[in-house]
Design a protein around this ligand. Structure first.
Ligand code: ARG
Length: 576
């Protein structure tokens, strides 16, 4: 097979040649010819419904269209036979020997046959992006976990990814915070949990400002001083940023998340007037009631205020400046933003304005729904703020109990390390395994389940499969796995091979749709098929050759599961 091509691409190319040769179709019509993985065995391994779509234009019954296309070409080696089914579907059956050869290639390839379609392309990924002096809320947690998975996936596909944590470190709240800090902050609390304390004094100051006009005036005054560069306020602001980042950093370390850049909104302050000026010169911004605004009626979007009548700039202005700066600095092909669903309008407006400015970069907003943590998720009462660190502590504690029970003889330090991987993995996976755009409900039962769609289940499967190879080498010390070809003697082996060769196209689909859940679904399905393989087919007791083929297949399954989990940011310990 041509390197760099997935099976769907190989077959789609071939089907286009077939339809082109049979009917002399133009490029647009051929663009509609696509081959996809079949949903069920009875539809073959891959399927194409182009004959149904083209029948009308061609004025021929779909079955005849399908028959002509199928017979008027030489299909690639991969294809054993093409069946015409139902109303005019083309069902492709792959050749066993070809499949087996692909498994051998995967076995020999560190990338498991995954191409690098991103080579030469740059993506800026903007994710996590919590706000200074406020605890991360569930939206930031999901942004961190989903963003990190998309980051890893795209890097693996060869993209140059610049992960930028666009921290909310600027805004009108700092006047209120400075007053709150000066009057209410408590040293000990600041030391123990600085972000909580900053939030507390902020809330207290905010509440006071609501009923006390003098206080509110003082807050405004402190903000003006900060914006004018007053040394004392500037130092306080820096302290707030430092304390907050230190706390966020601790969470990132536990989650294994790192960024290439941590640039706060303040990084773009100086560019804000320039952006407004540029929009005015281009005739895109105009004055309205003392403010500078961009009308977006033609995009069916509400007006976007880029400078308020008091001269202050908005969140949208910062994002416009950020796009300009990133484009100039990194020349990205794409910028991807990962936030919760509440920011959809904001990004639609920002993207529309960028288009009007003629900025040629592909802008994508990947949004996700809320995550619910039902009553009783935490063993201690926590009020209604979801504290990620408490969640992670609890996950590790619960995982440790499981590990202790499963492997009582394991050394305690190792038990703790495994519990960390399992606990953190469980939290991440319960987020990543669901369609990002739905509301997700987190429960421990599901997250830590050993026999359901969970990280522990997959981690356990990895560990168990890896032990097959160890056992083989113990029993057959002189055995040479590589000396035996991969072959299929039971249907489940072919089914496993077919799933394995779909790993590359699964990753491409996950990347295209920005859905880590596509990878999770795939891994779960693979692990389940493996289970029935393991339970129903002898390994070490199989005849010579068959045994080696099975052990080799296990090796590729283990590596695929491990690689898939790694792309989701989940570790798979050697033993559980
Ligand atoms: N700090 C923002 C928030 O917490 C998220 C920022 C997302 N990124 C961006 N470039 N606007 O809501």
């Amino acid at each position: 097979m041509k390197p760099g091509l997935t099976i769907t691409e190989l077959l789609t190319d071939a089907a286009r040649v077939a339809f082109g040769a049979a009917f002399g179709l133009d490029a647009t019509a051929l663009g509609k010819v696509v081959v996809v993985a079949s949903g069920a065995d009875r539809f073959g391994d891959y399927q194409c419904n182009a004959a149904l779509a083209l029948a009308k234009t061609l004025r021929q019954p779909p079955r005849e269209v399908a028959e002509r296309a199928a017979s008027e070409t030489k299909w690639p080696d991969a294809v054993d036979r093409v069946e015409i089914a139902g109303a005019g579907f083309l069902n492709f059956h792959l050749r066993d020997a070809w499949l087996a050869a692909r498994i051998e290639e995967m076995a020999a390839d560190a990338r498991l046959g995954v191409p690098v379609p991103g080579a030469g392309h740059t993506i800026v990924m903007d994710y996590s992006s919590p706000n200074v002096a406020k605890p991360m809320h569930i939206g930031h947690i999901r942004s961190t976990i989903i963003g990190h998975a998309l980051d890893r996936l795209h890097r693996f596909l060869g993209y140059r990814v610049i992960a930028d944590n666009h921290v909310g470190d600027w805004g009108t709240q700092f006047g209120i915070l400075i007053m709150g800090y000066r009057h209410f902050a408590e040293k000990d609390a600041l030391k123990d949990s600085p972000v909580d304390e900053l939030e507390r004094v902020y809330v207290k100051s905010y509440e006071r400002s609501a009923g006390d006009p003098t206080w509110l005036d003082q807050c405004r005054h402190e903000l003006v001083k900060l914006q004018a560069g007053n040394a004392e306020n500037r130092a306080l602001w820096e302290e707030f940023v430092k304390l907050s980042l230190r706390e966020f950093e601790r969470i990132y370390a536990r989650l294994g998340v790192t960024f290439d850049l941590v640039r706060g909104e303040s990084h773009y302050n100086e560019r804000l007037p320039g952006v407004v000026e540029r929009l005015r010169q281009m005739g895109l911004a105009e004055e309205s009631e003392g403010a500078q605004v961009v009308f977006l009626d033609d995009e069916k979007l509400p007006v976007c205020i880029i400078r308020k009548s008091d001269g202050a700039f908005n969140y949208a202005t910062t994002d416009l400046a950020t796009v300009c700066s990133r484009v100039a600095e990194f020349k990205p092909d794409r910028i991807v933003y990962v936030t919760d669903e509440r920011q959809q309008l904001h990004f639609r407006q920002v993207f529309a304005i960028c288009r009007k400015m003629g900025i040629a970069v592909d802008l994508q907003h990947v949004w996700f729904g809320l995550m619910r943590l039902p009553e009783g998720t935490f063993s201690t009462r926590e009020g209604n703020v979801i504290k990620l660190e408490r969640l992670l502590d609890e996950a590790e504690a619960r995982a440790l109990a499981i590990v202790r029970e499963a492997s009582p003889e394991m050394d305690p330090a190792q038990q703790a390390a495994v519990a960390r991987a399992v606990g953190i993995g469980a939290v991440k996976y319960s987020d990543l395994s669901q369609n990002p755009q739905s509301t997700v409900t987190f429960t421990w039962k599901k997250a830590l389940s050993l026999d359901g769609n969970s990280a522990p289940y997959l981690q356990y499967a990895c560990a168990r499969i890896a032990s097959v190879e160890d056992k083989y080498h113990e029993r057959f010390p002189a055995g040479e796995l590589g000396a035996h070809a991969v072959r299929f003697s039971e249907p489940v082996e072919r089914a496993l091979a077919l799933k394995l060769v779909r790993f590359p196209e699964t990753l491409m689909l996950a990347a295209r749709s920005y859905k880590p859940s596509v990878i999770a679904d795939y891994l779960y399905d693979l692990a389940q098929t493996y289970s029935s393989f393991y339970q129903n087919v002898p390994f070490l007791k199989a005849p010579d050759g068959v045994r080696e083929s099975r052990v080799r297949l296990c090796g590729v399954i283990a590596r695929t599961l491990r690689q898939g989990l790694a792309l989701l940011g989940i570790e798979a310990p050697e033993r559980i």
